[in-house]
Design a protein around this ligand. Structure first.
Ligand code: ZN
Length: 254
Protein backbone atom coordinates (compact mmCIF):
# COMPACT_ATOMS: atom_id res chain seq x y z
CA UNK A 1 0.00 0.00 0.00
CA UNK A 2 2.82 2.38 0.73
CA UNK A 3 4.72 1.99 -2.44
CA UNK A 4 7.71 4.22 -2.55
CA UNK A 5 7.43 5.75 -5.96
CA UNK A 6 9.47 8.58 -7.23
CA UNK A 7 8.07 10.50 -10.09
CA UNK A 8 10.72 12.11 -12.18
CA UNK A 9 9.39 15.40 -13.37
CA UNK A 10 12.17 16.40 -15.68
CA UNK A 11 11.40 19.69 -17.28
CA UNK A 12 14.20 19.43 -19.79
CA UNK A 13 13.11 18.89 -23.32
CA UNK A 14 14.70 19.36 -26.67
CA UNK A 15 13.19 21.61 -29.24
CA UNK A 16 13.85 21.08 -32.87
CA UNK A 17 13.53 23.78 -35.45
CA UNK A 18 10.85 23.18 -38.03
CA UNK A 19 12.37 25.66 -40.45
CA UNK A 20 13.77 22.94 -42.73
CA UNK A 21 10.20 21.95 -43.62
CA UNK A 22 9.63 24.96 -45.86
CA UNK A 23 13.03 24.56 -47.46
CA UNK A 24 12.26 20.95 -48.12
CA UNK A 25 8.98 21.78 -49.86
CA UNK A 26 10.77 24.14 -52.22
CA UNK A 27 13.31 21.54 -53.07
CA UNK A 28 10.91 18.67 -53.18
CA UNK A 29 11.74 17.82 -56.80
CA UNK A 30 15.03 16.38 -55.79
CA UNK A 31 14.45 12.88 -54.58
CA UNK A 32 17.68 12.84 -52.67
CA UNK A 33 16.76 16.00 -50.74
CA UNK A 34 13.29 14.70 -49.98
CA UNK A 35 14.67 11.57 -48.49
CA UNK A 36 17.10 13.51 -46.32
CA UNK A 37 14.42 15.96 -45.13
CA UNK A 38 12.05 13.23 -44.10
CA UNK A 39 14.24 12.70 -41.06
CA UNK A 40 14.15 16.31 -39.96
CA UNK A 41 10.42 17.02 -40.38
CA UNK A 42 9.33 14.28 -38.05
CA UNK A 43 8.09 16.26 -35.04
CA UNK A 44 9.58 15.37 -31.69
CA UNK A 45 6.61 14.96 -29.38
CA UNK A 46 8.06 12.45 -26.97
CA UNK A 47 9.32 15.18 -24.64
CA UNK A 48 5.81 16.46 -23.94
CA UNK A 49 4.51 14.38 -21.06
CA UNK A 50 0.80 14.33 -20.32
CA UNK A 51 1.15 16.39 -17.14
CA UNK A 52 4.17 18.62 -17.66
CA UNK A 53 2.40 20.83 -20.17
CA UNK A 54 -0.76 21.33 -18.12
CA UNK A 55 0.74 23.96 -15.82
CA UNK A 56 2.78 25.77 -18.46
CA UNK A 57 0.15 28.50 -18.70
CA UNK A 58 -1.56 30.11 -15.68
CA UNK A 59 -3.45 33.11 -17.11
CA UNK A 60 -5.70 33.43 -14.06
CA UNK A 61 -3.04 33.01 -11.38
CA UNK A 62 -2.08 30.69 -8.55
CA UNK A 63 -3.74 28.99 -5.60
CA UNK A 64 -2.21 27.33 -2.56
CA UNK A 65 -3.08 23.69 -1.86
CA UNK A 66 -2.37 22.86 1.78
CA UNK A 67 -2.45 19.59 3.71
CA UNK A 68 -2.28 19.69 7.51
CA UNK A 69 -1.54 17.38 10.42
CA UNK A 70 0.76 14.78 8.84
CA UNK A 71 2.84 12.95 8.13
CA UNK A 72 0.36 10.10 8.32
CA UNK A 73 0.99 6.48 7.30
CA UNK A 74 -2.63 6.23 6.11
CA UNK A 75 -2.46 9.03 3.60
CA UNK A 76 0.89 10.73 2.99
CA UNK A 77 2.20 8.37 0.30
CA UNK A 78 -1.11 8.28 -1.55
CA UNK A 79 -1.37 12.07 -1.48
CA UNK A 80 2.16 12.40 -2.83
CA UNK A 81 1.38 9.94 -5.62
CA UNK A 82 -1.78 11.80 -6.59
CA UNK A 83 -0.04 15.18 -6.59
CA UNK A 84 2.96 13.83 -8.51
CA UNK A 85 0.73 12.27 -11.13
CA UNK A 86 -0.91 15.64 -11.65
CA UNK A 87 2.42 17.44 -11.79
CA UNK A 88 1.35 19.55 -8.80
CA UNK A 89 3.01 20.69 -5.61
CA UNK A 90 1.40 21.54 -2.29
CA UNK A 91 2.34 22.80 1.15
CA UNK A 92 2.28 20.34 4.04
CA UNK A 93 1.88 21.75 7.56
CA UNK A 94 3.54 19.25 9.85
CA UNK A 95 3.07 18.23 13.45
CA UNK A 96 6.46 17.96 15.14
CA UNK A 97 5.28 14.84 16.96
CA UNK A 98 4.36 13.17 13.66
CA UNK A 99 7.65 14.18 12.08
CA UNK A 100 9.41 12.47 14.97
CA UNK A 101 7.22 9.37 14.59
CA UNK A 102 7.36 9.10 10.78
CA UNK A 103 10.59 10.75 9.61
CA UNK A 104 10.74 8.79 6.35
CA UNK A 105 7.33 10.11 5.31
CA UNK A 106 8.45 13.66 5.91
CA UNK A 107 11.56 12.92 3.87
CA UNK A 108 9.35 11.59 1.05
CA UNK A 109 7.40 14.84 1.06
CA UNK A 110 10.56 16.88 0.77
CA UNK A 111 11.98 14.57 -1.91
CA UNK A 112 8.78 15.00 -3.92
CA UNK A 113 9.38 18.75 -3.90
CA UNK A 114 6.54 19.59 -1.54
CA UNK A 115 6.85 22.64 0.70
CA UNK A 116 6.98 22.06 4.44
CA UNK A 117 5.47 24.32 7.09
CA UNK A 118 5.29 24.22 10.89
CA UNK A 119 1.92 23.30 12.47
CA UNK A 120 3.11 23.02 16.11
CA UNK A 121 4.35 19.95 17.94
CA UNK A 122 1.00 18.44 18.97
CA UNK A 123 -1.75 20.83 17.91
CA UNK A 124 -2.93 22.65 21.04
CA UNK A 125 -5.20 25.70 21.05
CA UNK A 126 -2.19 27.99 21.01
CA UNK A 127 -3.88 31.17 22.25
CA UNK A 128 -4.79 29.35 25.45
CA UNK A 129 -1.20 28.35 26.19
CA UNK A 130 1.53 30.08 28.19
CA UNK A 131 4.17 32.02 26.33
CA UNK A 132 6.68 29.30 27.16
CA UNK A 133 4.46 26.55 25.77
CA UNK A 134 3.78 28.52 22.60
CA UNK A 135 7.49 28.98 22.13
CA UNK A 136 8.26 25.31 22.70
CA UNK A 137 5.51 24.14 20.35
CA UNK A 138 7.04 26.12 17.52
CA UNK A 139 10.75 25.80 18.26
CA UNK A 140 10.71 22.03 18.81
CA UNK A 141 8.85 21.56 15.55
CA UNK A 142 11.33 23.80 13.72
CA UNK A 143 14.12 21.65 15.17
CA UNK A 144 12.69 18.23 14.26
CA UNK A 145 11.90 19.37 10.71
CA UNK A 146 15.41 20.72 10.30
CA UNK A 147 16.91 17.51 11.67
CA UNK A 148 14.77 15.40 9.34
CA UNK A 149 14.97 17.23 6.01
CA UNK A 150 17.65 19.85 6.53
CA UNK A 151 15.43 22.89 6.12
CA UNK A 152 13.88 25.20 8.67
CA UNK A 153 10.31 26.28 7.82
CA UNK A 154 9.41 29.93 7.29
CA UNK A 155 5.68 29.16 7.13
CA UNK A 156 3.52 28.50 10.20
CA UNK A 157 -0.13 27.54 10.45
CA UNK A 158 -1.70 27.87 13.89
CA UNK A 159 -4.04 24.98 14.79
CA UNK A 160 -7.71 25.86 14.20
CA UNK A 161 -6.56 29.14 12.65
CA UNK A 162 -6.43 30.64 16.15
CA UNK A 163 -3.89 33.40 16.62
CA UNK A 164 -3.16 36.61 18.49
CA UNK A 165 -0.43 39.21 18.74
CA UNK A 166 1.56 37.26 21.34
CA UNK A 167 1.66 34.20 19.12
CA UNK A 168 2.65 36.27 16.09
CA UNK A 169 5.50 37.78 18.05
CA UNK A 170 6.74 34.33 19.08
CA UNK A 171 6.45 33.08 15.51
CA UNK A 172 8.75 35.85 14.34
CA UNK A 173 11.23 35.12 17.14
CA UNK A 174 11.38 31.53 15.86
CA UNK A 175 12.16 32.47 12.28
CA UNK A 176 8.63 32.23 10.91
CA UNK A 177 8.01 34.74 8.12
CA UNK A 178 4.38 34.03 7.26
CA UNK A 179 1.38 32.88 9.27
CA UNK A 180 -0.78 30.94 6.82
CA UNK A 181 -4.49 30.73 7.55
CA UNK A 182 -6.85 29.91 4.63
CA UNK A 183 -9.51 31.42 2.44
CA UNK A 184 -11.26 28.11 1.67
CA UNK A 185 -12.00 25.26 4.11
CA UNK A 186 -12.53 21.94 2.33
CA UNK A 187 -14.27 20.54 5.43
CA UNK A 188 -12.52 17.22 4.81
CA UNK A 189 -11.93 17.06 8.57
CA UNK A 190 -15.69 17.36 9.07
CA UNK A 191 -16.79 14.49 6.84
CA UNK A 192 -17.08 16.29 3.51
CA UNK A 193 -17.41 13.96 0.53
CA UNK A 194 -14.93 13.93 -2.33
CA UNK A 195 -17.41 15.86 -4.46
CA UNK A 196 -17.92 18.45 -1.71
CA UNK A 197 -14.16 18.94 -1.43
CA UNK A 198 -13.91 19.33 -5.20
CA UNK A 199 -16.81 21.78 -5.15
CA UNK A 200 -15.11 23.98 -2.54
CA UNK A 201 -11.88 23.93 -4.54
CA UNK A 202 -13.80 24.98 -7.65
CA UNK A 203 -14.52 28.37 -6.05
CA UNK A 204 -10.87 29.32 -5.57
CA UNK A 205 -9.45 32.32 -7.40
CA UNK A 206 -6.00 33.88 -7.71
CA UNK A 207 -4.34 33.94 -4.27
CA UNK A 208 -6.77 31.55 -2.60
CA UNK A 209 -5.47 29.05 -0.06
CA UNK A 210 -7.45 25.89 0.65
CA UNK A 211 -7.32 23.92 3.89
CA UNK A 212 -7.16 20.15 3.48
CA UNK A 213 -5.65 17.41 5.62
CA UNK A 214 -3.06 14.68 5.42
CA UNK A 215 -5.21 13.00 8.00
CA UNK A 216 -5.95 9.58 6.57
CA UNK A 217 -9.05 10.76 4.70
CA UNK A 218 -9.61 8.85 1.45
CA UNK A 219 -11.98 11.62 0.34
CA UNK A 220 -9.12 14.10 0.33
CA UNK A 221 -6.86 11.79 -1.65
CA UNK A 222 -9.56 10.98 -4.19
CA UNK A 223 -10.32 14.67 -4.71
CA UNK A 224 -6.84 15.49 -6.00
CA UNK A 225 -7.27 14.61 -9.70
CA UNK A 226 -10.57 16.50 -9.99
CA UNK A 227 -9.21 19.52 -8.10
CA UNK A 228 -6.25 19.69 -10.47
CA UNK A 229 -8.25 19.24 -13.66
CA UNK A 230 -10.70 21.86 -12.44
CA UNK A 231 -7.92 24.37 -11.78
CA UNK A 232 -6.39 23.69 -15.19
CA UNK A 233 -9.71 24.20 -16.94
CA UNK A 234 -10.05 27.61 -15.24
CA UNK A 235 -6.53 28.78 -16.07
CA UNK A 236 -5.34 28.49 -12.45
CA UNK A 237 -2.24 26.64 -11.28
CA UNK A 238 -1.08 25.21 -7.95
CA UNK A 239 1.31 27.79 -6.56
CA UNK A 240 3.90 28.23 -3.85
CA UNK A 241 3.05 30.02 -0.61
CA UNK A 242 5.76 32.53 0.29
CA UNK A 243 6.12 35.25 2.92
CA UNK A 244 4.77 38.70 2.11
CA UNK A 245 4.50 41.80 4.28
CA UNK A 246 3.67 41.61 8.02
CA UNK A 247 3.54 37.80 8.28
CA UNK A 248 1.01 37.66 5.45
CA UNK A 249 1.36 34.82 2.92
CA UNK A 250 1.40 35.31 -0.84
CA UNK A 251 0.78 32.63 -3.47
CA UNK A 252 3.22 32.78 -6.38
CA UNK A 253 4.51 30.71 -9.25
CA UNK A 254 6.36 27.63 -7.97
ZN1 ZN B 1 -4.35 21.05 12.09
Amino acid sequence: MFRRTRSSLSSGHSTRSTRPVRTALVAIAAAVTTAATALTVTPSVAATSSTAGVWASCPNGYVGLTYDDGPNPSSTSALLNALNQGGAKATFFIWGAHAQQYPSLLQQEASAGMWIGNHTWDHPHMTQQSTQTMTNEISQTQNIIQQTIGQRPVLFRPPYGETNSTLKSIEQQQGIQAEVIWSHDSQDWNGASTQQIVQTASTMTNGSIILMHDGGYQTTIQAVPQILSGLASRGLCPGKIVPGQNLQPVVTAP
